[in-house]
Structure formats: C-alpha cells, structure tokens
Write a protein that binds this ligand. Structure first.
Ligand code: HEC
Ligand code: HEC
Ligand code: HEC
Ligand code: HEC
Ligand code: HEC
Length: 400
C-alpha cells in the first residue's frame, strides 16, 4: 500500500466513525445547549434516526458516483481487495467481474454498433463511460446526445459490474457511503445498513429486461423466479447464488461472508429420473424413459441470455466405459429472432418446478462387454466455446 493511500485511510477514519455512530442509532441528547448548563434539568434522550439508506438504483443506469466514501482511497476493486480478499477473489472470477472484458459481450456489442444501451448494465457506473448522454435528441432514448466524460476512469471500466456498483451510493448530503448488510464498528470506511442488498428486486435491475415491442422479456430471470415456489418459500437469488463461504476476512467481520462468484451449483439444478430394464441384452432394443425435473434452479433452466442451452445426454456404457450405443441428447433452450425486438421463436426450457419427459430406444452393440454397465445422465450448460458438463446420475444395469 502506498503512503498516500495509508494517509487517506488514517485521516478519514474519524469522519467514518461519526458516520458509523449515526448508522448504529446511537442515542444523543436532544435540545442540547452547552452555553447554558443546567445540571438538574432533565435531558430527554431520543434515538437519532439512522440516515435512510440510499436506494441502490434510484435513477436509470449508469448511476453517478462523484465522491469517494470517507475512508476509501479509490472506487477500484483493487482497493477493496486489500481488506476483503475473499469477496474480491471470488468476484474476480465471476462474470460480473468480466462483464466488460468478456469477448462474447464485446463481439455482440460491436455487432449492434457499440450501443450505449448495451453498456448500461455491463458498466453500471457513470465514471466507467468515456462518453455520456447529456440529453436526448427530441427526447428519444435511442438518440442520445453524447459528450466527453471528464470523470472517465479506464481502469474502473475494465472491472465491469464492480464492487461499487452494488456497494457505494451517494447520500442526500452529497457524501458517499458503503452499503452493507451489517453495522460494522471497526470498518475504516462508513457503512450504511440496507436491506435492499438482500432482495431479488435489486438483481432484477439488470436480470430482467424487455425490449420495446417484444412479446416477452429478453432476460426474464426475475419474473421466472417470482412465479416459482422459491419466491413463496423465501429463497432469493442470494440464497443460491451467494451462499456463505469462509476465507480470509478482516477482523470483526460478521461470520462467513457471501460468495461473490455468484455461481449456483449446476449439478443440483436438475433431478434426473431414469426408467429402464434392470438387465439389457446386446443386440436387443429396449426403451429408456427419462424425466427431468427442475428442482434446483430458482428459474427456468437455462435462464437469461437466449443464446444458452441446457443439453441433457444419456450415454450407455459397459463396465470398461465403452459406449454401448449412440448417445441420446435433448436440448432445452429459448430461441429468438435475430433482430430487435427479439421475439421468441421457440421455448423448450424447463420452468422452475416443471418437468420434461421423453423416451428413447437403444440397441446395445454386440461389441460391448457383458457384466455391469451404466446409463449415465450428463448435463451440459453454456454456449460454445465455453460449455461445462456435469454428471447428474449414474444408473447401474446388467449387460448380457
Ligand atoms: C452484483 C452486486 C455485487 C457486487 C458486484 C459485489 N457485491 Fe458484495 N455483496 C452483494 C450482496 C447482495 C451482498 C449481501 C449478500 C447477503 O447477505 O445475502 C454483499 C455482501 C458483501 C459484504 C458483506 C459480507 C458480510 O460480512 O456479510 C462485503 C464485505 C462485500 N460484499 C464486499 C464486496 C467487494 C469487496 C466487492 C468487489 C470485489 C463486492 N462486494 C462486489 C452484492 C455485490
Ligand atoms: C482498509 C481496509 C478496508 C478497505 C480498503 C475496505 N474495507 Fe470494507 N470493511 C472493512 C472492515 C474492517 C469492515 C468491518 C468488518 C466487516 O464487516 O467485514 C468493513 C465492512 C464492509 C462492508 C459491510 C460488511 C457487512 O457485513 O455488511 C462492506 C459492504 C464493505 N466493507 C465493502 C467494501 C468495499 C466495496 C470496499 C472497496 C470500495 C471496501 N469495503 C474497502 C475494511 C475495509
Ligand atoms: C448492474 C447490473 C447487475 C446487477 C445489479 C446484477 N447483475 Fe448479475 N450480471 C450482470 C451482467 C451484465 C452479467 C453478464 C456479464 C457477461 O457475461 O458479460 C451478469 C451475470 C450474472 C450471472 C452469471 C454468472 C456466471 O458466472 O455464470 C449470475 C448468476 C448473476 N449475474 C447473478 C446476479 C445476482 C444473484 C444478482 C443480485 C445479487 C445480480 N446478478 C445483480 C449484471 C448485473
Ligand atoms: C433455488 C436456487 C436458485 C435461485 C433461488 C436462483 N437461482 Fe439462478 N441458478 C440456479 C442454478 C442451479 C443455476 C444453474 C447453474 C448455471 O447455469 O450455472 C442458475 C443459473 C442462473 C443464471 C445463469 C448462469 C449461467 O452461467 O448461465 C443466472 C443469470 C441466474 N441463475 C440468476 C439468478 C437470479 C437473478 C435469481 C433471482 C431472481 C436467481 N438466479 C435465483 C439456482 C438458483
Ligand atoms: C438490462 C441490463 C442489460 C442490458 C441493457 C444489456 N445486457 Fe447483456 N447481459 C445482461 C445480463 C444480466 C447478462 C447475463 C444474463 C444471463 O446469462 O442470464 C448479460 C449477458 C450478455 C451476453 C452473454 C455473455 C456471455 O459470455 O455469454 C451478451 C453477449 C450480452 N449480454 C450482450 C449485450 C448486448 C449486445 C446488449 C445491447 C443490445 C446488452 N447485452 C444489453 C444485462 C444487460
């Protein structure tokens, strides 16, 4: 840490302490008049109302953050890294951390003419934009009047959906604060407690969007969740995507911190129920029925970007791991028109709590080895070239 940084942290600690005292609802004497001491006069203690937590997304994206919260030397995730290593390192590997540098995003944005609209959720803070709109031609959102942004910060832009996008906001008095879920007495920066960070509605700011004229939302993760049993059960996006982790944390922190990978466990997304004979015979056809239940994703599988697919493959293996028959694959995806407003052309996804059933006829090859074999159900998620495969279940079967 440079001496300049250390200086900034030390000198502002006192200011931060005042902020924290207020945030914790410390009692202060009302009507205090130090010039006229009256020792016997009763003083009425009232609770100072904590300053109301600022809304996370009070205005359209990108949002302005013009000042630093007292106690912080910069808005960069690199600064938070010094003390919040676990949150930093998990965030750095997440797609929030690469929301701008992501080559897939860059290619898609270039194909629509570097639209400022595309940048708004991928770069949620104004300082991340080289040019910003200072108005709209004839008031049309699609025709922004772009001007050079004096506060542009190329380093912050590289961080995409960075820490301060979810954690720093400006207070009505013009100062800035760090938004958290717990009061933090030993933090070198001010912390304002908000319940909004724990709501799915705040994730919906970016994970739910409808283009004008579309038949359904382009990203509908929030409304899919809202319509599911998970919403009724009180399981939020954060429950599954920010489960508590352990890791290097600063002293005084509130137990295990939420994971900032934002990744839920894909191998828990689906339950695969297989029905097939207990014994199969080489060169004799048999039917395998597969029921897939979306028991673990709080929304459709897959959700979000229509380019993604969930591919479920059932492979029939002999004891040596050799395939006994050609694999059977099913693809679950939503396809949309290539041009705005991206009307949905087909949707075979499995809704939260929903299921899909199908049957396939296999004929095991005579070349397979007799003995114990397996029907293995695999789930492949993502889109080329970055697909990941998980084994959902492995059902033993006798091969004769
Ligand atoms: C997309 C939004 C988002 C981004 C980006 C983000 N966070 Fe968080 N962070 C949250 C939410 C939501 C919570 C509270 C989760 C909960 O309690 O369920 C949280 C909680 C925390 C906490 C509190 C942990 C505790 O003690 O409980 C810390 C510290 C934190 N984040 C630091 C960071 C840092 C540092 C970065 C950047 C490296 C970062 N966050 C990026 C949304 C975000
Ligand atoms: C010099 C060390 C230091 C730096 C730098 C720092 N923090 Fe903190 N922060 C702390 C400490 C100490 C606490 C109180 C302990 C805790 O809750 O983890 C805290 C508390 C928090 C909390 C509230 C925790 C909760 O439970 O809700 C959040 C959120 C947070 N910091 C985010 C950030 C972000 C974002 C940055 C960068 C912009 C940052 N901090 C930079 C030391 C630091
Ligand atoms: C400011 C906008 C914004 C907010 C708020 C936001 N996200 Fe995101 N999120 C994004 C963007 C943009 C991407 C995709 C980045 C890319 O791949 O280019 C993304 C990607 C994701 C992914 C895919 C991650 C992966 O690694 O596979 C998950 C899961 C996710 N977000 C969950 C959440 C949750 C949960 C919340 C609320 C706690 C949240 N997001 C809040 C903008 C946001
Ligand atoms: C019951 C647990 C659960 C809840 C609740 C939940 N999710 Fe998910 N989510 C999952 C699982 C499991 C996956 C599949 C894993 C994957 O695709 O990597 C997933 C996938 C995603 C993806 C796609 C990630 C990718 O790499 O393609 C996004 C984005 C996402 N969730 C966002 C959200 C948001 C936003 C909410 C709240 C509105 C939410 N989720 C609620 C479990 C959940
Ligand atoms: C309302 C916020 C929002 C806007 C506006 C937005 N995006 Fe995104 N973008 C997201 C979120 C959230 C994700 C992650 C969705 C998911 O995977 O479920 C994402 C993911 C993507 C991905 C997938 C990245 C990958 O690696 O799979 C591409 C490509 C993309 N966006 C391009 C664009 C383009 C092009 C535009 C402008 C036409 C745009 N986005 C506008 C929020 C937004």
């Amino acid at each position: 840490m440079s001496s300049t940084t250390r200086f900034a942290l030390v000198t502002t600690a006192a200011i931060a302490a005042i902020g924290i005292a207020l945030a914790r609802g410390k009692t202060v004497p009302a009507e205090e008049e130090p010039t006229q001491p009256a020792p016997e006069a009763p003083t009425v203690a009232v609770s100072a109302a904590p300053p109301p937590a600022p809304r996370l997304f009070p205005s359209p994206l990108p949002i302005p953050i013009d000042v630093l919260p007292a106690g912080l030397a910069s808005l960069s995730a690199q600064g938070c890294n010094a003390c919040h290593a676990a949150a930093h390192d998990t965030w750095a590997t997440s797609r929030h951390g690469s929301a701008w540098t992501d080559p897939v995003f860059q290619a898609a944005m270039a194909s629509v003419g570097d639209s400022t609209l595309c940048q708004s959720c991928h770069l949620p803070i104004q300082n991340q934009h080289a040019r910003i709109a200072n108005g709209y031609v004839d008031g049309a959102i699609s025709r922004p009047q772009l001007v050079q942004n004096e506060a542009f910060d190329a380093g912050l832009r590289a961080e995409g959906v960075t820490c301060v996008a979810c954690h720093v906001r400006t207070l009505p008095d013009g100062s800035a604060t760090v938004l958290g879920t717990h009061a933090a007495s030993n933090s070198p920066h001010s912390v304002t407690v908000t319940t909004e960070l724990q709501t799915p509605e705040f994730c919906a700011t970016c994970h739910e969007v409808t283009w004008p004229g579309a038949d359904q939302p382009y990203y509908a993760t929030y409304s899919e969740w809202k319509a599911s049993g998970w919403a009724t059960a009180g399981a939020t996006c954060q429950t599954c995507h920010m489960a508590p982790t352990t890791g290097a944390r600063v002293p005084g922190s509130n137990g295990a911190g939420p994971a900032h990978t934002f990744a839920a466990d894909p191998s828990r997304a689906l339950t695969a129920l297989v029905r097939m004979p207990g014994t199969i015979h080489r060169n004799e056809p048999f039917d395998l029925s597969l029921t897939l239940q979306n028991t673990g994703a709080g929304h459709s599988l897959p959700t979000g970007n229509p380019g993604k697919a969930a591919i479920v493959t059932v492979v029939l293996l002999d004891g040596a791991g050799k395939e006994l028959a050609p694999a059977w694959s099913q693809t679950f995806a939503r396809t949309v028109d290539a041009v705005a407003p991206y009307k949905t052309t087909a949707d075979t996804r499995i809704a939260a709590g929903g299921q899909a059933a199908a049957t396939h006829r296999y004929t095991p090859s005579v070349k397979g080895a007799p003995g114990l074999g397996f029907a293995e159900v695999r789930l492949t998620l993502g889109k080329l070239p970055s697909v990941r495969t998980y084994v959902l279940t492995r059902v033993p079967v006798s091969v004769e």
